[in-house]
Design a protein around this ligand. Structure first.
Ligand code: ZN
Length: 517
């Protein structure tokens, strides 16, 4: 085993059991389980577990959320409230034989407790055999389970908890077939309907209420209809906010709100979809309402997936909106858990994305209150509230806006498209240089071009480098980054998050909190 970091069966974690549990004789004599601890006494066991995964929600993404909530809105993030009421630690996003990861390996590691090859879904890195996931464990033990995401439900993070495949890129219908297969997940809320409906049809033909703006054609090559089959098996099927609200409490619920991923928060508003596409917080609340009635308890995974996409795009404004959407969903889980004593909430991420950060720029010190002592001076301007407000003022994602720049790109077109989307007016010089870059045969950033593997995001990355002169936001890659991510816990077993260890320990923390050997 590489490195000596805290793993799934690290006995040190025991020291952190809650004071009351340590006094109980049961703890002192029985065998080790989960994260190296004896299962907590019945009274201290979790009955429900909610695992929040912010895809691409690295430490600097957390910093952005914390700064915005505190400096612009004068409040803590919900997840900060949770951390300060519960416990906080770190998870290291290694993968099999590597120190960076992708969403498939990271989710697999949380779901199974073992290191995984990138791009694989809950299979053994050496034998390729399926490894039972914590969700499948839960099903076996009578818990109700749920998967919620603002992405395709066949996408890496939600899929890793239920699907076994040697590649996350096998045809989506194969992943969707497994998603709906035995053992049945009671609640499925998210996108990806295109792999669930018969060839030659639209998702909206099978999902009532699906908004036209998120509908799309099937990508299946057969006539199987997973949605219709679910209805026959007693699932309630919904496709928009109103029908989701109307179905509140349905024990078996399938909610498909897009053929592919749900739209960015910004684009949902821009395209007038706020009334029809639910927020991540609303999806979380609906899932809990459906699952909480199960006698044996429940296990729910909620993914805030579009943070990652905004990171890949190098779009800070879109990313901020996704972070706040994710935090609001965490707040729903936290409020549910703190109203009772039987629910463990875990808040984490799979990795950071984009190498995002605020920095300081020329022309300091910038605007300051008049109360600052006289003659104060400083060289650079530190990032501050005005930069946060610039990001918050963005109205549309750049990945949607940039294709509207004329071809060939002109100064006027660049200025107009970027100002319309972000509210920021580039200088003529910035716009001219950006237009020139966009008109290049193979547009690429001048820095770290090697690490922008997805050509569809390059135009946004180039725009981001001009916007940086106004927002003091820098990016270093179009890919994932290797920093530790947060691992927060509230409720029975939350102490298991303390310390620094690999993300594989999430599996053990859940197992232990539920008292499973
Ligand atoms: Zn990613």
């Amino acid at each position: 085993m590489q490195g000596q970091l805290r793993g799934p069966d690290d006995p040190v974690a025991c020291r952190r059991l809650s004071f009351a549990a340590v006094l109980s004789p049961v703890v002192l004599v029985s065998g080790l389980a989960g994260s190296g601890c004896a299962p907590p006494p019945e009274a201290h066991r979790a009955r429900n577990v909610i695992l929040f995964i912010g895809d691409g929600f690295g430490m600097n993404q957390l910093a952005l959320g914390l700064a915005y909530a505190s400096e612009v809105e004068g409040r803590p993030l919900r997840m900060a409230e949770l951390a300060n009421t519960g416990s906080a630690g770190y998870a290291i996003p290694f993968s099999f034989e590597r120190i960076t990861t992708d969403s498939a390996a990271a989710a697999t590691q949380m779901a199974t407790g073992t290191r995984a090859l990138t791009e694989t879904l809950s299979v053994d890195p050496e034998t390729a055999e399926p490894i039972p996931t914590i969700l499948e464990w839960a099903e076996e033990r009578g818990l109700a389970t749920g998967l919620v995401a603002n992405m395709r439900l066949t996408h890496a993070t939600p899929a890793a908890f239920k699907v076994h495949a040697t590649s996350r890129y096998v045809p989506e219908p194969e992943l969707a077939d497994q998603l709906f297969d035995e053992p049945e997940v009671e609640v499925l809320l998210g996108g990806g309907g295109r792999a669930m409906v018969p060839q030659g049809t639209n998702v909206g033909d099978s999902v009532p209420g699906l908004p036209g703006g998120t509908d799309g054609a099937s990508n299946r090559s057969d006539d199987r209809n997973l949605i219709a089959e679910a209805e026959v098996r007693g699932y309630t099927v919904v496709g928009d906010r109103a029908s989701l609200q109307a179905a509140r409490g349905a024990e078996r619920l399938v909610g498909i709100f897009a053929a592919s991923h749900l739209p960015y928060v910004l684009d949902r508003s821009w395209e007038g979809l706020d009334d029809s596409v639910p927020t991540l917080a609303e999806l979380t609340g609906a899932a809990i309402a459906s699952l909480e009635g199960n006698e044996e308890g429940f296990f729910l995974v909620v993914e805030g997936g579009l943070i990652d996409y905004a990171g890949h795009d190098n779009d800070a404004g879109a990313m901020l909106a996704e972070i706040l959407d994710y935090d609001e969903a965490v707040g729903v889980g936290f409020d549910f858990a703190r109203a009772r004593e039987d629910t463990l909430v875990l808040v984490t991420a799979d990795h950071g994305t984009g190498g995002f950060s605020f920095t300081y720029g020329p022309g300091g010190p910038g605007p300051l209150p008049e109360t600052v002592f006289p003659d104060y001076s400083a060289g650079p301007e530190m990032a501050g509230t005005r930069h946060l407000e610039l990001l918050a003022a963005q109205r549309r994602s750049l990945i949607e806006a940039m294709p509207e720049v004329s071809s060939p790109a002109t100064v006027d077109s660049v200025l107009a498209v970027i100002e319309e989307a972000t509210g920021i007016r580039l200088t003529e010089e910035e716009a001219a240089d950006l237009a020139e870059q966009l008109n290049a045969e193979t547009p690429a950033p001048r820095d770290f071009a090697t690490y922008y593997l997805d050509s569809s995001t390059v135009a946004v990355a180039l725009a981001a480098r001009k916007l940086a002169n106004h927002t003091q936001v820098v990016w270093s890659t179009g890919g994932h980054t290797s920093e530790p991510v947060l691992l927060l816990g509230y409720g029975p077993g939350a102490d298991g998050v303390l310390g620094i260890g690999e993300n594989t320990r999430v599996h053990g923390i859940i197992r232990d909190a539920l008292g499973w050997e």
